[in-house]
Design a protein around this ligand. Structure first.
Ligand code: BES
Ligand code: MG
Ligand code: ZN
Length: 505
């Protein structure tokens, strides 16, 4: 797929001959009895009857295609709905872009011209342009690397031109390139997540991070098993013991601000395959556990995006990565390991492994004396039960950070939900033979007690938030129009970039 901004008059660039499509926007009129709004005035005249008959409604995501629309300008005309004018947000433009992409693909359009100029001044803003471009690039993501050539669809055949008089204006140009960087990073996170466990081992994940880091001018340091042992990361090491695959600790650093400025630390669970270990999972849907590294993938993508956007902030990404396998040397229920900060824990269920590998990573993050620590993990099935797959639940006891997160999510257009975390949850994680147990002694609140366990490894006074993306890390068919029906979603990359941006101010 290619995409660009053009400032020329559409009529002068569109040719009737080739398989071109012109996209114009429609929306639902605020006044119920009124006909839908067609934003392109000359087209509105030509489509008057269609509007009156309401065969164009303007509803969000609606597409009405006029094939071989002989009006002297374009070959095909595509009318896309934005929804009700009074409820329009930048998310409406992402959803609308998904509809445009899908229609252009179905039409096999050679070139698609999008009439952004027809929008009213208050809609033709940089945020909506950015969202529209993000929507196109996010929708274009397909995971078909591993299909034999015959089945591979050509990804690059579609070409979009967004017509905008302000195309040369810096603010619009920046919004456009920002959208590309962000959506490309999200798509990279999706790719890492979609790769199967055999082709995305901890070693491969680390290599991919190093390779991408080099391109984005991000410093990447990788610790192997010996180094992880030397660094006293007993949680990460303990989980890795059942596997032939070596664990890795991936550290990514980008300095966009003065060296003296504290970094914002992002920590992500990079469990490349979670069988449950000795406390093995049931077979049904176990293949989904290849996504158990999505927190890590999304943190990798966040650091890359922050670097590509050249945000004036220092960030560090820390991704503990391992497989969780049963095996002759695997951690057994009841085993006790020691984390990097000296705290000991009983492993009463080897399937509660995410919190163990994150413990060391959070201690290491705290040692960097960061301004804040943000972590992402597909941590608990309980999170899926609580919130499903729309909202990402997050836990923090820091009111200021909570406000930052809410604002960041509003700006990114992702959905988050604040979850409770209190001392009762901490009490439930006390161990019998060690300081802590990786299993709660109470019933219920499994996501909160997991968060309480993590909290034990965050340095005193450091603002910290934990995002449990177990429900949102991958799509299951009913989620977003611009995310694959099934596959890694890249959830929270955009929000994390906004969080990083808030520290750049
Ligand atoms: N990776 C899983 C959590 C998970 C479950 C993510 C379903 C996405 C979908 C995690 O390692 C896990 O197994 N957690 C256990 C913890 C329990 C044993 C306390 C769980 O949630 O069942
Ligand atoms: Mg598990
Ligand atoms: Zn897991």
């Amino acid at each position: 797929m290619t995409i660009d901004l053009i400032s020329q008059d559409l009529e002068s660039v569109i040719t009737q001959k080739s398989n071109t499509a012109l996209v114009v926007f429609s929306s639902v009129s605020d006044d119920k009895d009124k006909t839908p709004v067609l934003h392109n005035k000359s087209m509105a005249k030509q489509l008057e009857t269609n509007l009156e008959e309401k065969s164009i409604s303007g509803k969000a995501g609606e597409t009405v295609l006029f094939r071989d629309f002989a009006n002297g300008i374009c070959r095909h005309l595509l009318v896309v709905g934005l929804g009700s004018l009074k409820d329009l947000t930048h998310e409406s433009f992402r959803v609308c872009a998904a509809a445009v992409y899908d229609s252009a693909k179905a039409l096999n359009a050679g070139e698609t011209f999008v009439d952004f100029d027809s929008l009213a001044a208050k809609l033709k803003n940089v945020d909506n342009l950015q969202a529209f471009v993000e929507g196109l690039v996010l929708t274009s993501y397909e995971f078909n690397e591993l299909k034999s050539k015959k089945d591979k669809k050509d990804k690059t055949s579609l070409s979009f031109h967004i017509a905008l008089k302000e195309a040369k204006n810096v603010a619009y140009k920046n919004a456009f390139s920002e959208a590309l960087s962000l959506a490309d990073s999200v798509n990279f996170a999706r790719f890492l997540g979609d790769m199967p466990g055999n082709l995305m081992t901890p070693t491969i994940l680390a290599d991919k991070a190093a390779e991408a880091g080099k391109e984005a001018k991000v410093k990447v340091t990788i610790w192997n098993k010996d180094r992880i042992r030397k660094e006293k990361m007993g949680g990460l090491l303990g989980v890795s013991m059942g596997s032939d695959q070596e664990p890795r600790l991936i550290i990514m650093e980008y300095n966009g601000a003065a060296k003296t400025k504290k970094p914002v630390a992002f920590v992500g669970k990079g469990l490349t395959f979670d069988t449950g270990g000795i406390s093995i999972k049931p077979s049904a849907a176990m293949e989904e556990m290849k996504y158990d590294m999505c927190g890590g993938a999304n943190v990798i993508a966040t650091i890359l995006a922050v670097a590509k956007l050249k945000l004036k902030v220092n960030v560090i990404g820390i991704i503990p990565s391992t497989e969780n396998m049963p095996g002759p040397s695997a951690t057994k229920p009841g085993d006790i390991h020691t984390a990097r900060n000296g705290k000991t824990f009983e492993v009463n269920n080897t399937d509660a492994e995410g919190r163990l590998i994150l413990s060391d990573a959070l201690v290491y993050a705290s040692e960097q004396q960061p301004e804040a620590i943000i972590d992402a993990a597909t941590l608990t099935g309980a999170m899926v039960v609580a919130l499903g797959n729309i909202h990402t639940g997050y836990f923090t006891r820091n009111e200021k950070l909570k406000k930052t997160i809410e604002e960041a999510a509003k700006a990114s257009g992702e959905w988050v939900w604040n979850m409770p975390l209190c001392d009762f949850h901490v009490q439930d994680m006390k161990g019998t033979y060690a300081d802590l147990s990786n299993m709660s002694s109470g019933k219920g609140a499994g996501s909160a007690t997991a968060a309480a366990f993590l909290e034990q490894f965050v340095g005193e006074g450091i603002p910290w938030a934990h995002f449990d993306i177990a429900g949102t890390g991958w799509s299951v068919g009913n989620r977003l129009k611009y995310a694959p029906k099934k596959g890694a979603s890249g959830a929270m990359v955009r929000t994390f970039v906004e969080i990083a941006r808030s520290y750049a101010r």
